[in-house]
Design a protein around this ligand. Sequence first.
Ligand code: DC
Length: 234
Amino acid sequence: MTKVNSKLIIAIDGYSSCGKSTVAKDLAKLLNIIFIDSGAMYRCVTLYALQNGIIHEGIIDEDLLIESLDEINITFKFDVQSKSNQTYLNGKLVESEIRGPEVSDNVSQISTIGFVRKKMVELQQAMGQTDSIVMDGRDIGTVVFPQADLKLFMTASPMIRGQRRFKEYQEKNQDITFDEVMENVKKRDYMDENRDESPLRKDDDALVLDNSDMTKQEQLDFIVDQLKVRNLIK
Ligand code: DC
């Protein structure tokens, strides 16, 4: 059995829809450590804002959002059946709702807001205080855990990422065209890379993992090898 040698923090950053959460989940299962999808947290804030009239016709009422921030309670619960974490917003299971097109269309804008990021980063850092953790996102290696034991920067070509996301929507019977998905992927890449607050960038000590032509198992093996080389697991 694979075991971690001591408290371990693994940071996985990269573009949207390049399989960060998939590999992070696999890794957490293999190492028996906690997985946190930090994107789910920004998605929860976005869902809350949509449900409470804080985003209206694409415009965010930032005054109302800052007032409401303490009312947004985000938790993760491990689901034994699916063997993965499920996201709860104020006690309600929202795992599927936060992945829908309406949240996806608005989440980049929410994630550019400084006070939202500050709050999410505080919550994320608290989650890594006591336990070994693998967290995926955009700023995990650069801002949340700059001292992480292993930092990965994941990428795949925009076309491949669009195809993966489109397949996910089709499996959930969501009404969206491939062109719309591609537009969303490109728009989010642009916003992730060009925002003022913690833009997506590869940290100097992050390893690049381009999984355009890799299977799930190959990318997991790559990370496990890197952890072994660093004597972080056995
Ligand atoms: O990983 P994802 O697609 O679920 O992320 C949703 C959005 O949240 C995406 O537009 C980028 C943003 N995000 C972020 O700014 N910082 C993070 N640590 C995670 C996600």
